[in-house]
Every structure is written in C-alpha cells, then in structure tokens.
Design a protein around this ligand. Structure first.
Ligand SMILES: [Zn+2]
Length: 436
C-alpha cells in the first residue's frame, strides 16, 4: 500500500499508519507543553500605577545589570563574562537596602526574572558569535517603550479576576472566566498602547496528537496572496499595513508637528501606538487562523525555507513581507504541528519549487518573479505560479518519505532531500506574545 492510499483511511488507522511509515515521527503519548494564555486586564488607578512602578523597576534593573556587566567586561580586559546571574542578583540584593530602597514596594521576583532575561540575552549574543549568526549585543531599555514585567508565586484566577503577588486582585476584561487548565508557572504583565495584558504561562497536558485527516498540504507563501495551498485554496493577504498606511503616515506626521514632551505630543504618540496595535492584532489573527487550519486538518504540511533577511534587501518587497509576517508564520506552524501531531517538512532553499513543472517535472532555467503564470514548454501545462510551487512541495515530500521507507523510489533531484523540522525541535513550546 502506498502512502498516498492512506489518505482515505480514517481516524482508527493510526497504528497501521505508524507501522507502514516508521520514518514519521509521531508522538502517540500525551505530552506536556507550556502554553501561554493572554487576557486583557481592567486595572483600577491604584493598580495601574503599581503596574507602571513594577515595569519601572524591571527596566531599571535591566539597565543596571547591563551597565554592570559592561563595566566588569572592561575592567577585566574582556575576560570575565559575569556568567552567573545569581551572583548579580545577590549583589543587587545587598545594594537594595542602602541604594534602592524604593524597590521594596515591588515584588521581589521582578528583578530576579529580569536578571535571568539579561543573562539569556548575553548567552544568545555569545552563541551567535560562535555559530557566525549576527545576534545583537543587549541594549539599554528606554522609558515608555515596551513596559512589561514577569511575576511568579501565588497566581490564581477567581471569577473574572486574577490574583497577582504584591499587586492584588485585578479584573479581567474577558467574558469567559478562563480558557486554560493546568499548573500556572508565571504571569507576564505587559502594556500595549494604553491597555494592559497578562500572559499566563501554563504547564498543560495535551492529548494524543493524532491528526484527524490524512492529507498533506504544500504551502507557498507569497506577497500577492498570503498563502496558496496545494489543494487550490488561496488565503488572501489582509494587507493591514497597506490599507492602514495612509492613516499611519498621517498619525506619524501629526506627532512630529507637536512639541516633544508636550501633552499633545503624548496624545499623538498614544494614537499612533493604538493604530500599530490594531494592525498587529489583525495580522496575528490571520496568521493564527491559517496556521491552526494547516496543522489541525492535515497530516503533513510542507513549506519552503524562505530566506527572509535576503528578501528584505529587496526594498520593494520588504514592506509587504514585513506585513505578512513570514517569521511569525513559521514559528506558529512549528509549535502547532507538534500539538496536533502534524509532520512539518521544510524544503531547503535550493529547492526550485517555482521553476519545476508540477505535472511532468520539467525544470525551467529562467523564471522571473514578475511572471504570474507557469507555462511548461514540455507538456504545455498552464497553471498559476504559486499553486504550481505548492504542488511541487507536496510532491517532493512524498518522494522523500517513500525513499526513506524503500517504497516506490522516485528520485527527482538530489537537492530535494527535505529536513524534518518538527522532529528536531523537542523542547516544549511556549507561545510568545510577539512584539509589535
Ligand atoms: Zn510540464
């Protein structure tokens, strides 16, 4: 039985399927994942100023820690990297009483978590240097930028309210009481424009991730349409930034005309931040719907490994690419595929998905970006460019698995060996709230 015939088998065929395709990495036992749930808060004035104070402490400690690390690095001629964040935390605690007594007003976990984050930022920086990736040096945080702080300890939900350590019981704007189950690990309070949100990280057991449907789908991401699927579905791009660009430009202009630091300037700034938040929310919504659909209703998703930073250099495309959030798409798809037991395959950058003919396998030598339709010189096939690419991705994934199982070997080219991104990533996934 070929793998394609399994498409018609139902839900009960999972073990059979597992036996025939041992190369697939299905997780058949329930697994623990960290999930984050975000709620909008409805704080009163006292709580609002407490939030501001906590965010201020977080920012101060981060900058203090960064400055200290830089000084230490200079004094030791670049030898000591100050690798232990606990050391730094102890030092801060010893200074707290004499130098920063105002910190006692806030929860003690805020500085601790911030120094942990700083430590991670340095680790990433050093790791990036090792593997030759450009990861920036940690930067100082500015006031009024991204206010946030993380808490742990007694975090409890009680009918449409959340109890946070030191801050107390804060009302939640959400209509439903709570969506999550499982043990709460931490809570991050964040400001976006003039609204406050809390993301609660929960350790949750997710059920046996057996895909319901046995279909493979190829996804071609584009600029014109957000995505074209191999079954012919076209997901239109919401074009948020495009539609809202004039409004944004107007708001930017109106802010720049105001005197910095004045009341009107602050008002204009808030208006702009609100507009960006709106754009961000619409984009997230579209991406979440798309990635959930792909992971939930298919047994395999095949995508291209897009070189986003390379594409960004093309300035005409840059804004459209930024807008559709390719990075975010890949990130969401990776963790959702793991949740729903979908196999995610990533075609390498060298795979000529748009140049191949999906019908006869003929490869074009030249195929410019401006051509919207693929026309095969060999078999005369005329097909939409993106659909052709999506079909090629699925076809390549079949040939890949069949080769691995020793069935129906159909080699297309050598460059088509696909890496299995889903099987590499084993660590629990956390939904990070993406920054604007
Ligand atoms: Zn052809």
């Amino acid at each position: 039985m070929s793998a394609k015939n399994l498409d018609n088998l139902g839900h009960n065929a999972k073990f059979l399927y597992g036996l025939i395709l041992p190369c697939q990495n299905y997780v058949l036992t329930p697994m623990m994942v960290n999930k984050a749930y975000r709620y909008e808060l409805d704080p009163n004035n006292r709580q609002r100023s407490s939030f501001h104070r906590h965010a201020g402490v977080a920012r101060f400690v981060y900058n203090w820690g960064l400055d200290q690390r830089i000084q230490l690095f200079k004094d030791n001629h670049g030898k000591d990297r100050f690798t232990d964040f606990m050391k730094q935390h102890k030092l801060l605690n010893s200074l707290k009483k004499t130098q920063f007594p105002w910190m006692y007003e806030c929860s003690k976990c805020v500085p601790q978590e911030v120094l942990k984050d700083l430590h991670r930022a340095f680790q990433n920086f050093y790791r990036g240097r090792k593997i030759g990736k450009r990861i920036g040096f940690p930067r100082f945080k500015k006031k009024g930028g991204r206010d946030s702080f993380r808490l742990h300890g007694t975090i409890r939900f009680e009918d449409r309210k959340i109890q946070l350590p030191r801050i107390g019981t804060v009302r939640i704007k959400e209509k439903r009481e709570k969506y999550h189950k499982g043990r709460i690990l931490s809570a991050t309070v964040r400001r976006r424009a003039d609204r406050w949100f809390v993301s609660v990280t929960v350790e949750e057991e997710i059920p046996d991730p057996t895909p319901l449907s046995r279909q493979a789908v190829g996804v071609d991401l584009g600029v014109k349409a957000l995505a074209t699927l191999s079954d012919g579905t076209i997901i239109a791009n919401p074009r948020n930034l495009g539609r809202k660009l004039r409004k944004l430009r107007y708001l930017h202009k109106s802010m720049s005309r105001k005197k910095k630091g004045s009341k009107n300037y602050e008002k204009a700034k808030l208006g702009l931040a609100k507009m960006y938040l709106r754009v961000f929310n619409i984009r997230q919504d579209t991406l979440h719907k798309l990635t959930t659909y792909l992971a939930k209703s298919h047994s395999r998703a095949v995508i291209e490994d897009l070189c986003v930073s390379g594409m960004m250099k093309n300035r005409k495309l840059a804004r459209a690419i930024m807008d559709s959030g390719f990075y975010e798409f890949r990130r969401q798809l990776e963790y959702k595929c793991q949740w729903y037991g979908t196999q995610l395959m990533v075609a390498p950058r060298t795979f000529p998905s748009s140049k191949l003919c999906s019908h006869c396998g003929h490869k074009k030598t030249e195929f410019s970006l401006s051509e919207r339709e693929y026309e095969c010189e060999q078999c005369g096939l005329r097909i939409d460019r993106d659909l052709n690419a999506a079909l090629n991705l699925v076809a390549a994934s079949w040939s890949e698995t069949e080769n691995a199982c020793g069935e129906e070997v159909r080699l297309l080219t050598d460059s088509m060996s696909l890496e299995k991104a889903a099987s590499v990533k084993q660590e629990p996934n956390i939904i990070h709230d993406c920054n604007v």
